[in-house]
Design a protein around this ligand. Structure first.
Ligand SMILES: Cc1cc2nc3c(=O)[nH]c(=O)nc-3n(C[C@H](O)[C@H](O)[C@H](O)COP(=O)(O)O)c2cc1C
Length: 333
């Protein structure tokens, strides 16, 4: 049983059924069962990043996660970025597997939210602006994740986490989770003090032993400073629109490939080619020009100084929260 400081004991724990108000962000390719299980085992909420994955992989990952532990988890899908037939098959597979919760992102698919609510499922929507928050809530979402502009990966909005968060909290009847810019106890406490009931961490969990990211990607996050990240639309292959992402600066973001043939193959992953400008980040086993791939990373890298286990990462976060609370109390006397 984890000793939780008071600001972290929120109703979200009851909603999600976990001990800690810390969620794993659904990172495509990176958040597989080993990582989700480790977050579960440390007391947090596991999320399998299954965007555009074939149904066989979803089945394998859900079964593998359940074989390790029985903690609460969700499957993350991105409806707008997934071909409709595949999306319907993904959802049907999750229902057949009796998956209880879903995390969705990007355009709000109100019909899908309503359908899953009728099926008795929990729906969590990651949003990056007030309009999406309102849409998701009126469709029936149980929890909102507010993603700020600092976030790594695809970035939905243009407002910083600590500016968007209190506004969405003020306009919501459901628990709100903060995401983007958070990889330390201090940042967590800031989010909780502005009304968040939980946090959803991407980069902080990518830089762990259990994440399915390539070690080059993990090490670059550890080495990076906040201003080494770039907000760009250069990585748009495999996505339905030229959407902005936050990545670590590399040859692509510097424009070195601007004149290159977009069909240039720069590496391979699991026997499949990885093309220039692809949104596929290098996973374990990737080969080729790793540094020229999409190295998704949030500005939270300023708070990430080592590749650790998930348990160590969470222990450090909680220690930092305790230290910050003690310091605030001591200094206010
Ligand atoms: C490598 C990586 C991949 C991501 N892939 C997804 C995804 O597939 N689905 C999704 O909803 N969000 C995705 N995101 C965004 C996260 O959900 C979250 O908003 C972001 O990681 C928060 O910022 P942080 O990295 O600073 O914690 C991704 C983020 C990263 C870093």
């Amino acid at each position: 049983m984890v000793m939780l400081p008071k600001p972290l004991r929120t109703p979200l724990l009851h909603t999600l059924g976990c001990e800690l108000p810390i969620m794993l962000a659904g990172m495509g390719g990176v958040s597989r069962h080993q990582l989700a299980a480790a977050v579960n085992q440390a007391g947090g909420f596991g999320v399998l990043g299954m965007v555009r994955e074939p149904v066989e992989r979803i089945r394998q990952e859900v079964e593998a996660l359940r074989a390790i532990n029985d903690g609460p988890f969700a499957v993350n899908l991105i409806p707008a970025a997934t071909e409709r037939r595949l999306l319907m098959d993904q959802v049907a597979t999750c229902l057949a597997l009796q998956v209880d919760a879903f995390v969705f992102f990007w355009d709000v698919d109100t019909g899908l939210v309503q359908y899953l609510k009728q099926e008795g499922k929990q729906v969590i929507y990651q949003v990056g602006n007030q309009r999406d928050a309102d849409l998701a809530q009126s469709a029936g979402a149980d929890v909102l994740i507010v993603q700020g502009h600092e976030a790594g990966g695809h970035v939905r909005g243009t407002t910083a986490t600590l500016s968007l968060l209190p506004q969405v909290v003020a306009n919501s009847d459901v628990p709100v989770v903060a995401s983007g810019g958070i990889a330390s106890g201090g940042a967590m406490l800031a989010a909780f003090s502005m009304g968040a009931q939980g946090v959803s961490l991407g980069s902080a969990f990518l830089a762990t032993h259990e994440a399915n990211a390539h070690s080059h990607h993990k090490q670059r996050i550890v080495d990076a400073r906040a201003d080494d990240t770039v907000y760009t639309t250069r990585f748009s292959r495999n996505w339905h629109e030229p959407a902005p992402v936050r990545v670590l600066s590399n040859a692509v973001t510097r424009g070195d490939y601007d004149e290159a043939d977009p069909d240039t193959c720069i590496g391979e992953q699991d026997g499949q080619p990885i093309y220039l400008f692809s949104t596929d980040s290098p996973l374990t086993g990737a080969q080729g020009k790793l540094d020229d791939m999409a190295l998704f990373c949030g500005q939270s890298c300023s708070q990430i100084n080592a590749i650790t286990s998930v348990q160590q990462r969470i222990d450090t976060l909680l220690d930092e929260v305790h230290i910050r609370i003690a310091a605030l109390y001591r200094d206010s006397r």
